[in-house]
Structures are given as C-alpha cells and as structure tokens.
Design a protein around this ligand. Structure first.
Ligand code: FAD
Ligand code: SF4
Length: 596
C-alpha cells in the first residue's frame, strides 16, 4: 500500500454559504462528526483553532536521538512545566516564566522537540482557579495526534453505574445502544486486541493483537489464579491495514515507536486527520478552516435557535461568522464548556444550552499516580528483545466492585503497564551507583524491568465545576476558563487501594518490587476530561439528551466527552467516537425529516 500524503493548497473558505452543519474542533470527536455527516450527504464546515501541521515532518518517528542536534529536546527558549509546578502553584502556570514558550507537562517526556507544535503554548492560552494539569493540543486533529491509543469500550457497569451502587446518575443509554457504533468505529479505524469475554470490558472487533513479552505473560498467568485479567494493550491501531483508507498504513512495529508524546508518522495509530478528515474532504462535502478559534455560538433572535459560530482568525486577528443549519460543538470537554458559557444572548443569558445551570458542572476524569515498578529476576542479563516496536504493553481491567462491594470506596480502577527492552532503559534513573558497574547493571536489567500505573474513576460531582474568569483573557482577547475542582475522599481511598493491589499482584507473580508510588498526581494529569455538559432525560439536571442534542436548542449538538455522565475507569476516546457517530446519524435523520 502506498501512503497518500496530503499537501493541500491554502484557499479562502466561503463564509457566505449557509452550510448544513458547522463543526467546531477537529479532534477525535470533530473528526467523527465530519466523517459521518459528509458520508450522509451534508455540506459541512469544520472550524479548527490550531494550524494544519505537516505531521510526518513533525513526528519523525524513526529519527534516532543521535540524529537530532539536541538529542530530541526542545530549543532552550522553551520549557515544559514540571510536576512540582503543578503541585505547589496555582494556574496560570506560565505566568512569570522567563521562557519564550511554555508547554504542559507532557512536553517534558522524552523527545520533546517532536510535539512542541502540537500542544498549546501556555503563555498564549492561560487558565485560572484551582490546580489542574490541563493538556491541550491545538492543531488539525487535536490530541488524537499524540494520544496513547488505549482503546476501550464501556459496559453497563458504567452506563448503569447508579443502578449498581446508588451514586450519581445512570446514563440515558445502555451498552446495547452504543455497541453497533463501537463496531462501526472498530471497522472504520482498526483496533488491535485479544478477546477476553469480560462483561465489564466488552471485546471489540479486533485486528491482529500485539504480543505480550515473557514478563507480561508471567504476570498474566498469576493474575488468572487471582480471578484478574492481564490482556495485551487494546490499541486504536490498525495492525492488519485498512483497505478503504489510503492515508493510513498498517503497524510495522518499527523501533522508535514508544517515544512520547509521540504519535505515529505512518498513521497506523488512529489520528483524526488521516482517519476521518482527509477521507471526508475527498467526498467534496467537507470544508476545513484552520486557525479559526470559535468564541460564540450565535443565535437567531427570532427563534432562539443556533445560527452559526463566531470565530477569530488567529493569524489575521479578524472576526468572522460561519452560518449553518446545525451547530456541532466538538472542541473537547473543557473547551466546549467554555464556548457554551461564552455564548450568552438575550435568549440564553447563562450561556447557550444552559437553562439547567449544569454547563461546566459534574466534571469527572481519572485519578492516576499510584504505580509499582519491579524486576523479573529470571530476565536479568538475558538477550535484548524489541519492545519499543509495539503500540502498547498491557492492560489490567477493573476487578473492584464487580461481584462484591469494597468497604472503602465505590467504582473502580484499571492498570496500564509494560515490560521489556525499550529505547531508553526505564529503570536507569532509579538505579544506584556510577561508572562501569552502574552501566552494566542498567544494561543487564533493561529487559527485566516491569511497571504499571492505575487509572481510577473520579466521581462526577456538581461541586466540581468550571466557569469563565471575569478578568483573564487569552492572546486573542477571549475570556478563559476558571477551575473549581478537587479530588474527594472516594478518590483518595481508591488511590490507596490501587497502590496496595499493585504491590500485591507483583509480589504474587514473584516480581521483585523496586518501588511503589502511593501519591495521586495533580488533578487533570490523566488527560481524560469529561462531563461538563452531561446527557440525561431531565432538562433540569442535564444539558443534552441521549443524542448529545441540547435540551434547549434543538439544532445544537455537543458531541465530545462533555456529554459523559460518569467517567468509568476505561479510557474515553473510543466511546467519544462511538457516541459522536450515533448522534451524527441521528442528526442527519432529523435534518432529513425537517425536525431541526
Ligand atoms: C498524551 C496523551 C495520551 C492520551 N492517551 C489516551 C489513551 O491512551 N486512550 C484514550 O482513550 N485517550 C487518550 N488520550 C485522550 C484523547 O486524546 C482524548 O480523549 C481525545 O482526543 C478527545 O477528543 P476531542 O475531539 O474531544 O478533543 P481533542 O482531540 O483535544 O480535539 C479538540 C480540537 O478542538 C480544537 N478547539 C478547541 N477549542 C476550539 C475553539 N474554540 N474553536 C475551534 N477549535 C477548537 C482543538 O484545537 C483541538 O484540535 C490521551 C491524550 C494525550 C494528550
Ligand atoms: S508501534 Fe505501530 S502504531 Fe505504534 S508508532 Fe510504531 S508503527 Fe505506529
């Protein structure tokens, strides 16, 4: 298969046309919307705040550190925020920094030069309030260009969580409603994984799975005896290839693949531009305008319905309005809430779609931090294996609060982990000593190292919320988001259990425990933000209906993670795309019927 690389000429976008739909944001959610709506015959305008990047040139996945003048690191006038800056200070974190450009913590991971143009410059895009490690990507495709690819389904343990433990709200849908759309996402984008037949982690329509290495197989065998499961990383990656998509290649499991924040320059890992947007453009029905930051959903004063979207061109500073019959907001959970709250008018004085007062509330995500690292003694000094050339290591699905009830907390957590020889030996930093003995130990232990970290559900609570800061504005004069958010007691108790069970599992497998981290990382660290415009059946306590359609404004849809009622502990992106697909199908039907 020959990969088709797009270098489209820049042309002025027609803003006189009234489009069938205007979509705000081009990440996983906006990409799905663009694909589904154009394939249903609609004329769509996609507005994206960031630039269109030449991603193959940005990512250079196969460049080795010694090929790069700074061994892959950013130029000296740029810096990434460090762990302690988030734990000690409050936002705006870049305030007072001497660096010309400041980025969130993910930029501090290895190979920071390769994604510096993908994530936002914190100096231009501040936010305020309580501590929050907010990771934003601003370019065509958003965070999908660098996501970790763990692609999981939710189950009725999640959609009907309140029915299990009495807390919060059930979703207005069940697994049976979403399953056909998970299938569509699986088949259209490709997903690799191994069937396990678990009711709490439904299987996808998997392509070829990646293989566990010996240390991981050993842990899997031990966990089986404990009635727990370790499964190969379920990756949003096409391992067998996709005949219908000329922009993506199958995964070759090359060598430097595990560099993060990284992405995949042959697009075997899903990203929204090659997965959705380029194919949608090929239909002739999608128009993309980048450098276009939306700051208001405009309203027809006669009807109160959405009329279009006002945006600023981030290069020229000029303001424009795009008009459409339907507005689809997909700017990512927190940015979507910001846009709704900014869209105040006589018809919608608290922000569009916010008659319930719930926009910005019920925020939820994942708590992470507790982790374990260890050494599989039998692997020490063994020949190297290629373990970077995989889209991921392993996943341990939740095992708490399924058949029994934990006395200290509700809901659950899962673990992501990996082992084997990577480009950089993971344990080098914590290995004591110096000189040749140190080097030998690091080399001998490189393939024997294994670690894993937990991702736990943060409960959706009305008191965890965001609003618009009355004073602070971004570089383009748009008021910024202010956080009022803290972890609660359930999260703290769950995190303690994560650390205990992580150690317990390694010890049971005979893995020498090198360290157990019990600390929770700062709020936001998981990059799985959800819930700021939740769906529900009651317009007084929810913002959207089951099709992510505003209760108040019938031609307004919000198709990203803001609609999620609870966070589950599974990573959200596959669900975001399945729900967006379902809602956009409904939108197209309703438009055809003349109901919007
Ligand atoms: C390093 C990393 C690892 C991750 N790992 C995983 C994982 O393993 N599994 C998983 O499920 N998820 C993972 N995620 C999260 C995943 O990337 C997100 O869930 C997903 O991208 C959300 O899709 P979205 O479309 O809502 O938002 P995004 O992908 O962020 O896209 C939103 C887009 O909207 C644009 N935008 C924002 N505001 C405006 C505006 N006002 N006007 C116009 N455009 C706007 C942005 O520029 C952006 O392009 C990870 C994320 C990161 C960064
Ligand atoms: S392992 Fe596969 S999906 Fe991951 S970066 Fe390499 S080629 Fe891409």
């Amino acid at each position: 298969m020959t990969l088709q690389i797009r270098r489209a000429p820049v042309k002025e976008v027609d803003l006189q046309t009234v489009y069938d739909a205007v979509v705000v944001g081009s990440g996983a959610a906006g990409g799905t919307a663009s694909h589904v709506l154009t394939s249903r015959g609609l004329k769509v305008l996609l507005l994206e705040a960031g630039r269109k990047l030449d991603l193959e040139k940005e990512l250079r996945s196969m460049e080795w550190p010694y090929d790069h003048p700074r061994r892959g690191q950013m130029p000296p006038d740029r810096e990434a925020l460090r762990l302690n800056e988030y734990t000690i200070r409050n936002p705006p974190y870049a305030q007072g920094s001497k660096a010309k450009h400041v980025y969130s913590y993910v930029q501090g991971w290895s190979g920071s030069d390769y994604s510096k143009n993908i994530v936002v410059d914190e100096k231009a895009n501040p936010y305020t309030g309580t501590k929050y490690a907010w990771v934003r990507a601003r370019c065509l495709g958003g965070k999908s260009n660098i996501w970790g690819r763990l692609a999981l389904r939710l189950s009725d343990y999640d959609f009907k969580a309140k029915s299990h433990d009495g807390y919060g709200e059930d979703w207005p849908i069940s697994y049976a409603d979403v399953a056909p759309y998970y299938d569509k996402v699986d088949l259209y984008l490709g997903i690799s994984g191994h069937k396990e037949n678990l009711p709490h982690l439904p299987d996808s329509l998997f392509q070829r799975t990646t293989r566990l290495n010996p240390a991981e197989v050993r842990l899997r065998r031990t966990l089986k005896k404990m009635d727990r499961v370790l499964t190969p990383y379920r990756a949003g990656v096409t391992t067998d290839g996709l005949k219908h998509n000329k922009y993506r290649s199958r995964c070759f499991g090359r060598g430097a693949c595990s560099r993060r924040a990284g992405g995949c320059d042959i697009h075997a890992a899903f990203d929204s531009p090659t997965g959705f947007i380029y194919p949608a453009e090929d239909t002739g029905r999608l128009t993309v305008r980048t450098n276009s930051t939306a700051y208001e959903v405009t309203v027809d004063p006669a009807t109160g319905k959405a009329r279009g979207v006002a945006f600023v061109d981030t290069v020229t500073g000029k303001h424009h309005e795009a008009r459409a019959r339907v507005v689809v907001v997909a700017a990512s959970t927190l940015e979507s809430a910001r846009l709704l709250l900014l869209s105040r008018s006589a018809a919608h004085p608290n922000g569009i779609g916010n008659s319930s007062g719930h926009v910005g509330h019920n925020f939820c995500e994942h708590v992470m931090g507790p982790s374990v690292s260890g050494l599989v003694k039998e692997m020490v000094g063994k020949p190297r294996t290629l373990d970077d050339g995989r889209p991921g290591g392993f996943y341990i699905p939740r095992f708490r609060n399924l058949k029994d009830r934990h006395p200290n907390f509700i809901r659950a957590y899962g673990f992501e982990g990996g082992s084997g020889t990577g480009m950089f030996p993971g344990a080098a930093g914590s290995t004591p000593g110096f000189g040749s003995a140190f080097k030998k130990t690091v080399r001998d232990n490189a393939g024997a190292y294994i670690d894993m970290g937990g991702f736990g559900e943060v409960l959706a609570r009305y008191e965890n919320w965001m609003d618009i800061d009355p004073q602070v504005k971004d570089r383009w004069g748009i008021p910024v988001l202010r956080f009022h958010y803290n972890f609660g007691d359930n999260e703290r108790k769950m995190a303690a259990d994560m650390a205990d069970t992580a150690r317990e599992m390694f010890e049971a497998a005979g893995i020498e425990v090198l360290g157990v981290d019990r600390e929770m990382l700062t709020e936001g660290w998981s990059i799985h933000e959800l819930g700021t415009a939740r769906m529900g059946t009651d317009p007084k306590t929810s913002v959207l209906n089951q099709f992510q359609q505003s209760h108040d404004v019938k031609n307004l849809f919000v198709v990203d993670g803001s609609s999620h009622v609870s966070a589950s502990c599974q990573n959200p992106t596959w669900t975001i795309m399945a729900l967006a697909w379902r809602s956009c199908d409904h939108l197209a039907d309703e438009l055809q019927r003349g109901n919007l």
